[in-house]
Write a protein that binds this ligand. Structure first.
Ligand code: NAP
Length: 257
């Protein structure tokens, strides 16, 4: 673990699992800006530490970088022992996924026959088994406090089978099912569980584009991760008499309809 600050926010911890340069980073930054202590988790601790430094400096926040491999139950357990030793988890965002790569390292879609059994198993584990375990580790505390938010990140593969993407679809379908089961079991106990279907390619935050790109609508067909992070904040702050269980997000470009 790499720690950037000493004491934890009284608002609790936002644990963001699966933090890379796109959505994970934007979500971590948003919850840090809103005053939470943020734990960012992924496999590459060096990159995470750079992100943690950046968020801590820019948002004046407490950020902890913690290594996790969501395909390894021991790693998940140890990572969450560390997270929970810091304080209570108020928000869990499960964002990890394994990008689909064919046997021959060619980008997907690929022939079904070229998908190896071990990569299929790992992809399903990262998308869904890891989510199951992370949720199981934080829910008892949330139930005890009668509050908390769990957000799962899905994609168009959560809803429809796509040729050449069976490993991603199977993992993401399972994640959506998990979200629905947890929502029905734990919302009556005060835990808000929601699933976000991102139906488009996640790009760079619009703020990171040049003004020329912004004016020309450049990359306007991609999903702005900062905009998704704003939606995650909205889900977290919804009144408990009107909770969303699933939301879908897509760019305005007609190619996505
Ligand atoms: N990218 C898109 O176009 C797109 C479109 C629709 C939906 N989504 C969804 O949005 C979410 C975020 O995608 P993103 O592309 O924006 O990525 P991101 O949030 O920038 O990064 C996700 C991170 O997950 C981590 N990860 C992968 N395998 C892991 C494992 N075994 N254990 C722990 N962490 C692991 C990777 O970091 P390490 O390598 O350091 O572990 C990766 O950088 C995903 O759930 C994805 O399905 C993405």
């Amino acid at each position: 673990m790499r720690s950037i600050a000493s004491s934890v926010s009284p608002r609790g911890i936002a644990a963001i699992v699966g933090v890379g340069p796109r959505l994970g980073l934007s979500v971590a930054r948003k919850f840090a800006r809103e005053g939470y202590t943020v734990a960012i988790l992924a496999r590459d601790l060096g990159r995470l530490s750079t992100f943690a430094d950046e968020i801590a400096r820019e948002e004046k926040a407490q950020v902890f970088a913690i290594r996790i491999d969501c395909s390894d139950s021991r790693s998940v357990r140890e990572a969450f022992e560390t997270v929970l030793s810091l304080g209570f988890v108020e928000i869990l965002v499960y964002n990890a996924y394994q990008p689909t790569v064919a046997n021959n390292n060619q980008p997907c879609p690929t022939n079904f026959a070229d998908i190896r059994l071990d990569t299929f198993q790992k992809s399903v584990a990262v998308s869904s088994v890891g989510a199951f375990q992370c949720a199981q580790l934080v829910i008892p505390g949330m139930v005890e406090r009668g509050r908390g938010t769990i957000l799962f990140t899905g994609c168009s593969a959560s809803l429809h089978g796509i040729a050449g993407y069976s490993e991603l679809c199977c993992g993401k379908f399972a994640l959506r099912a998990l979200s629905q089961c947890l929502a029905r079991e734990f919302q009556p106990l005060g835990v808000h569980v929601a699933h976000a279907v991102i139906d488009g390619n996640v790009g760079s935050p619009r703020g990171a584009l040049t003004s020329e790109q912004q004016q020309g609508g450049g990359r306007g067909w991609t999903v702005d991760p900062d905009a998704v992070a704003q939606t995650y904040w909205y889900l977290h702050t919804q009144d408990r008499t009107a909770w969303t269980q699933e939301i879908d997000l897509r760019p305005s470009d007609p190619r996505f309809f």
